[in-house]
Design a protein around this ligand. Structure first.
Ligand code: ADP
Ligand code: MG
Length: 338
């Protein structure tokens, strides 16, 4: 497993009205997409503003790319800000043309005019705003403003993209297009993303991992073993290519970009490679074992993170402990499109 790109510890922030955000531990792995869900007022925007350093938290330790981030060290804050881009909700644009808005960050980074032109045109076409270059940014509709702000952020190809309700003001006709623009750019550039949304279906479409906020607290993680990938045909049957170069056999009939999930109950655990008809086998190390009611939950680091449920009897019978290398085996039919 790669090192985290960002780790935040003991984060807390209070507003005068009494709201308090408390997140003990928040870890982002490179290239992964996280969705923050939760009702209005649960703290999604506050958390994103803090991650984007727009709001200085009252307390909290950041570790970015393995190095502690010191808020008083201008150079390290600047470095972080170049790699981490937030698109606010509502989006805010500079008082100039659409072109200048999208080009702004590229110019700051010293890109040539020719390259800037190409990248801006490409980004605007992706958000359906070709021909808007000379329009004044403050004379756009809410949805258009949102789309320009998204183009301005994505064109910078940040390592971490923070999106606050990116389709909140966008006409339904454009939502799918915007979601795929974000997905494509993310995949091409291996960007890490945190996207807030109050729509649970959108969270599952856009993210590998869904986190829930309630009253400023992070709830337990959402469904496990959810991956985004591309399904394609192969002589041995359909395969899905997911993060980390892994390929899993599936029986899904769909092709192309999809979210797949493997139920933690459909995974068999063994100490040696099983010879069975199950098509998928991954070797990994048990990173955590926890008791959940009548079963044991194993967290397996197999290059991808897998959650496995096994019975207490199997756990005892296999004599497993944290740190053991085991095989996780599951059928092609267990790899389901969600
Ligand atoms: P969400 O994005 O999930 O809707 P917010 O982070 O915007 O939640 O808000 C969380 C809580 O903090 C709400 O009760 C909101 O009224 C309050 N709040 C947000 N921003 C401020 C602010 N700048 N000053 C005071 N209170 C705020
Ligand atoms: Mg909000």
């Amino acid at each position: 497993m790669a090192e985290p790109i960002l780790q935040v510890e003991n984060l807390s922030h209070q507003y005068q009205d009494g709201f308090s955000l408390q997140v003990e531990h928040f870890v982002l792995y490179p290239g992964r997409a996280y969705a923050l869900t939760g009702p209005n007022g649960s703290g999604k925007s506050t958390l994103l503003h803090i991650l984007g350093l727009l709001t200085a938290p009252h307390q909290g330790r950041f570790t970015f790319e393995g190095r502690p981030l010191s808020m008083s060290d201008g150079a390290s804050v600047r470095h972080y800000r170049r790699q981490v881009t937030l698109v606010m909700q509502p989006a805010y644009l500079f008082r100039t043309s659409v072109f200048n808005n999208v080009a702004y960050g590229l110019r700051v980074r010293g890109l040539t005019d020719d390259l800037t032109q190409i990248r801006v045109s490409h980004a605007l076409s992706k958000v359906g705003l070709t021909g808007y270059e000379t329009r004044h940014a403050h004379r756009l509709s809410g949805g258009e403003t949102q789309r320009v702000a998204l183009a301005r952020a994505l064109v910078l190809e940040p390592k971490i993209l923070l999106l606050d309700e990116p389709t909140a003001n966008i006409d339904v006709d454009y939502v799918a297009r915007i979601e795929s623009f974000i997905a494509e750019t993310r995949m091409e550039r291996q960007m890490t993303m945190v996207v807030s949304t109050h729509q649970v279906d959108q969270a599952y479409r856009m993210a590998d991992e869904v986190l829930s906020l309630r009253d400023g607290h992070m709830l337990k993680a959402g469904p496990a073993n959810l991956f985004q990938g591309v399904i394609e045909a192969s002589p041995e049957g359909p395969r899905v290519h997911i993060e980390g170069g892994f390929q899993l056999y599936t029986t899904a009939s769909q092709r192309g970009l999809a979210h797949i999930r493997i139920s933690p109950d459909d995974i068999l655990v063994s100490k040696n490679l099983l010879s069975s008809s199950a098509r998928n086998s991954l070797k990994g190390t048990i990173s955590k074992a926890s008791v959940e009611e009548d079963r044991i939950r194993l967290d397996l680091d197999a290059g991808i993170q897998l959650t496995i449920h096994i019975t207490r009897q199997s756990f005892a019978g296999l004599n497993l402990t944290v740190g053991d290398d085991i095989y996780a085996t599951f059928k092609a039919s267990a790899v389901r499109v969600v």
